[in-house]
Design a protein around this ligand. Structure first.
Ligand SMILES: *Cc1c(COP(=O)(O)O)cnc(C)c1O
Length: 395
C-alpha cells in the first residue's frame, strides 16, 4: 500500500474512515463499524456529538488562537469546570498526555530542588505507559518503547506495580525520592487493575515520606472509570493529576492539575506552551466536561462497563484459553492464554473495532455513551469471534 511519504511509526490496518456517528464509524466504501475502542479512549462522547460540533462551529467563527501572553476566557472556563469536577486547585493546559506528564515531572523536580534535593527522583512502575517524549518514555516501564533511544532521562526509580511493600523498601533506601507517578489502571500495560486499597495505600506512604502522589489519568480520566477521575471513587486526593485523551473528544488537549503545594509550584517563565490552552481546544473541553456531567455519563460508563464484563464472562465461561475478564468502568481487558493480535483484523473484517495490548489481552474502550442495546450488540458480535479463535488455538 502507498505510504504517502508518512514515517513508518504505525502498522496501520487496511481501512480508512470517512465519517462517524455516535458509537459507529463508516469507511470510504460505506461499510459500518461498531467502535469499541473510541480512538484509544479519546471519543468518550462518541463521534460527531452535536454539542461538540456546535461548540466547534461557534468557536471557529470567533477565535482560534491568541497566545498565553493574554487572558483567554475559554481557558479560564475550562479550568474552572475541570477543577470543580476534580477538586484540584489549579490547571496547566497543554496538547497531549505526554506533555501533561512532562509538566508533572518538572513540577516534582522543582519540589525536590526546593527541599534541597539536587538530583530528585520519581518512583515509576513496571508495565507503565506515560508517553513517547524522552522523559515520559524513560518513565514508562516498557523496554520496547525505550530501545534505540538511549541515553534515557535519569531521575526515575522503577518499582513493581500494585506492590506497596516494594515501595516501603525503596523509601528506606532512596532519600532522593520526591514523588510517585502511577496510573490508577495500567491501560497500555494490559488493563491491569490494582487491588482496591492500592491507591489509598500509596497516598499514606507518600504522606509518611513527604512525597507527592501524581496520578496519570490520561486514559482513566474524563469519566471512563465511572467518576470524573478514577481516584475520586477511592477517596484519594492526589497532589497532581495528568489527563488528556478524553478531555477534548478528539480535539488535542491535555492538562496537568495541581493540589495544594503542587498547584502553586510553577512561577512565570518556568513552563509554557504555544498552543496549550488555546480558545478552540478549551471551548471544546468545557463542553466535554459539562456534557459528561449533564448527561450523567460517568454513571452510564460504570453501569455499561459492568454489564459488558458480565456479558463477556457469561458467554465466554466455557471457552478454552480465556484467562480472565477484568476492568473498571469502560476499560475492559479479556486476557487469553495465547497471543491474539490477529483478532484485531478478524474483528475489523466483521465491522468491529477492538484492540489488543500486551499481545494476549483484548482491550475494549467503548465510549461513555454506549447504551444497553449497544453493549449487548458488542457482546453478541465479539464473543463468537473470540470463541472461534480460542477454540482453534486450543485444538
Ligand atoms: C495515551 C497515554 C499517554 C500519552 O498520551 P499522548 O497524548 O499520546 O501523549 C500517557 N499516559 C497514559 C496512561 C496513556 O494512556
Amino acid at each position: 500500500m502507498n505510504d504517502h511519504g508518512l514515517m513508518n511509526t504505525y502498522g496501520r490496518l487496511p481501512v480508512t474512515f470517512e465519517r462517524g456517528e455516535g458509537v459507529r464509524l463508516f469507511d470510504t466504501d460505506g461499510k459500518t463499524y461498531l467502535d469499541a475502542l473510541s480512538g484509544i479512549a479519546v471519543t468518550g462522547l462518541g463521534h460527531a456529538h452535536p454539542a461538540i460540533t456546535k461548540t466547534l462551529q461557534a468557536q471557529a467563527t470567533k477565535l482560534l488562537h491568541v497566545s498565553n501572553l493574554y487572558h483567554i476566557q475559554e481557558q479560564e472556563r475550562a479550568s474552572e469546570a475541570l477543577l470543580a469536577a476534580s477538586g484540584m486547585d489549579r490547571a496547566f493546559f497543554c496538547n497531549s498526555g505526554a506533555e501533561a506528564n512532562e509538566a508533572a515531572i518538572k513540577l516534582a523536580r522543582l519540589h525536590g530542588h526546593r527541599k534541597g534535593i539536587q538530583e530528585p527522583a520519581i518512583i515509576v512502575m513496571e508495565g507503565s505507559f506515560h508517553g513517547r517524549t524522552l522523559a515520559t518514555l524513560s518513565a514508562s516501564g516498557n523496554r520496547k518503547i525505550q530501545a534505540g533511544f538511549e541515553p534515557l532521562v535519569n531521575g526515575f526509580v522503577r518499582a513493581p506495580y500494585n506492590d506497596l511493600e516494594a515501595l516501603k523498601h525503596i523509601a528506606a533506601n532512596n532519600p532522593r525520592v520526591v514523588a510517585v507517578l502511577v496510573e490508577p489502571v495500567q491501560g497500555e500495560g494490559g488493563v491491569r487493575v490494582p487491588d482496591s486499597g492500592y491507591l489509598a495505600g500509596l497516598r499514606k506512604l507518600c504522606d509518611a515520606h513527604g512525597w507527592w502522589l501524581m496520578l496519570d489519568e490520561v486514559q482513566t480520566g474524563n469519566g471512563r472509570t465511572g467518576s470524573y477521575f478514577a481516584c475520586q471513587q477511592l477517596g484519594v486526593m492526589p497532589d497532581v493529576i495528568t489527563t488528556a485523551k478524553g478531555l477534548g473528544n478528539g480535539v488535542p488537549i491535555g492538562a496537568c492539575l495541581g493540589h495544594g503545594e503542587a498547584a502553586t509550584a510553577f512561577g512565570p517563565g518556568q513552563h509554557g506552551s504555544t498552543f496549550g490552552g488555546n480558545p478552540l481546544a478549551c471551548a471544546v473541553a468545557h463542553t466535554v466536561i459539562t456534557t459528561i456531567e449533564n448527561e450523567q455519563l460517568t454513571q452510564q460508563a460504570a453501569q455499561q462497563g459492568e454489564w459488558l464484563r458480565q456479558g463477556l464472562r457469561q458467554r465466554l465461561a466455557n471457552v478454552p484459553g480465556i484467562v480472565t475478564v477484568r476492568g473498571w468502568g469502560q476499560m475492559t481487558g479479556i486476557e487469553l492464554s495465547t497471543p491474539c493480535t490477529e483478532l484485531v483484523k478478524i474483528a475489523l473484517a466483521e465491522g468491529l473495532l477492538i484492540n489488543v495490548t500486551h499481545e494476549k489481552t483484548i482491550r475494549l474502550l467503548p465510549s461513555l455513551i454506549f447504551s444497553q442495546a449497544e453493549t449487548e450488540e458488542l457482546v453478541d458480535r465479539l464473543c463468537p469471534l473470540i470463541e472461534q479463535f480460542a477454540t482453534s488455538k486450543a485444538a
